[in-house]
Design a protein around this ligand. Structure first.
Ligand code: FES
Ligand SMILES: [Fe+2]
Length: 407
């Protein structure tokens, strides 16, 4: 599966983590590899093996100066391509420097994120043309949080729709705490009908999964969501609301980076929306200052409040609804033993995504490259939710009808 992921561009850092030329280097752990990232004097981003190839000193302590990262142990210096450009502890006439290279991965900056390609050099993929990347920076928020579980558990939270009416509900009411769309009638359908019918379809980008609930006697409420190769999900919202995208690259087998994107296709985010995202009242958890670690975490049982659980909140976990998701997906154990599960009809999207990933991993072993890696344009999809007459069936065209029906 790691080989399959290495066929794609992978999000590794927020752009703001390397804010300026020659700013301090940053540790990066991604796909089980320890790397160091730096922005050189000309603004280019380098992503190198964290260990200096001389005697393996940690380049995190390096000096970022004059277009390269200099190891502080004996002064060897590397450019963003991994070339050794200075070796001051060897004789000036030595050609040893020319023989030394370190691992360096190509990087790109797009949509507020620094991306890297960690795969074979001759198979450079296309950047996924995610919808939100078209919008100016004013229209988006991009945050990052560490999850203490395998990447796939966190993805399954995005594509498992029936949990919404339970995990994120209030006791005895039909609203969602901490949601940016609490007032929406559309969201109430998810609270009222706890038995959604799920539909799935394989697509060039991944899986289209739609969820149908009873609305009134002549309509169903539909949510059309996407899961995109290899670890992205789009989550629908009601008309006029901000849209959500989650990028969930594995940090290693047992931890995951979640890049949380919230954006609006037509307008800048308001100050209130930004504040709610930054302070953990919305879909981002509240973070420990200067880190990407949630204040509510496994170590403190996600600050569960049993009195609140009896009187108000289904979980007793308040603040961001995302903390409720983290509490469940992280405590399943770092990697779930799937031989112990009992999957039902509500797990139809989980099953579809597992099948697709396993098939693509096996195909890659047989020499078949994943289509989406070289077709960034297949990522140009948007999710949508709304009401449709009961006789409109699940189809790839239904999202168009839903969008057309909006004011
Ligand atoms: S270990 Fe880096 S220069 Fe010696
Ligand atoms: Fe959730």
């Amino acid at each position: 599966m790691g080989e399959l992921m290495r066929r794609f561009w992978v999000p590794v850092l927020l752009q703001e983590e390397l804010p300026a030329p020659d700013s301090p280097p940053v540790r990066v752990r991604i796909l089980g590899e320890d790397l160091v990232a730096f922005r050189d004097s000309s603004g280019r981003v380098g992503l190198l093996d964290s260990h200096c190839p001389h005697r393996l000193a940690d380049l995190f302590f390096g000096r970022n100066e004059e277009c390269g990262l200099r190891c502080v142990y004996h002064g060897w210096k590397f450019d963003v391509e991994g070339n050794c450009v200075d070796m001051p502890n060897e004789p000036a006439e030595s050609s040893f420097k020319q023989k030394i290279r370190t691992t360096a991965y190509p990087t790109e900056e797009r949509g507020g994120i620094i991306w890297a390609y960690l795969g074979p050099k001759d198979l450079l993929p296309a950047m996924p043309d995610l919808d939100y990347m078209q919008a100016p920076a004013s229209h988006r928020f991009v945050g990052k949080v560490l999850l203490e579980c395998n990447y796939f558990q966190s993805i399954e939270g995005d594509i498992d729709n029936s949990h919404v009416g339970f995990l994120h509900s209030l006791v005895g009411t039909t609203t969602v705490p901490g949601s940016p769309v609490t007032s929406s009638t559309q969201l109430q359908y998810q609270m009222r009908d706890k038995t959604p019918r799920g539909f799935v379809k394989e697509t060039p980008y991944g899986i289209l999964h739609a969820w149908r609930r009873n609305a009134d006697l002549s309509h169903y409420h539909w949510r059309y969501n996407h899961w995109l190769m290899p670890f992205y999900s789009h989550v629908a919202g009601p008309p006029g609301s901000t849209l959500g995208i989650f990028l969930r690259p594995p940090r290693d087998d047992e931890t995951t980076w979640a890049f949380v994107i919230r954006w609006h296709p037509e307008r800048p985010l308001t100050d209130r929306e930004r504040t709610a995202l930054a302070t953990g009242e919305s879909v981002m958890p509240s973070l420990k200052s200067g880190t990407h670690f949630s204040k509510a975490n496994r170590g403190n049982d996600f600050l569960i409040d049993r009195a609140l659980q009896r009187s108000y909140s289904f979980t007793g976990i308040s603040g961001s609804i995302y903390v409720q998701d983290m509490a469940i997906t992280e405590t399943m154990t770092p990697i779930v033993d799937r031989s112990r599960e009992h999957l039902g009809t509500s797990d139809v999207a989980v099953i579809a995504v597992r099948r697709m990933l396993r098939r693509l991993a096996r195909e890659l072993q047989d020499g078949i490259e994943p289509h989406a890696a070289h077709h960034g344009e297949v990522y140009r999809v948007r999710c949508v939710e709304g009401l449709l007459p009961r006789d409109v069936p699940f189809s790839e065209d239904a999202p168009r009808q839903l969008l057309a029906a909006r004011p």
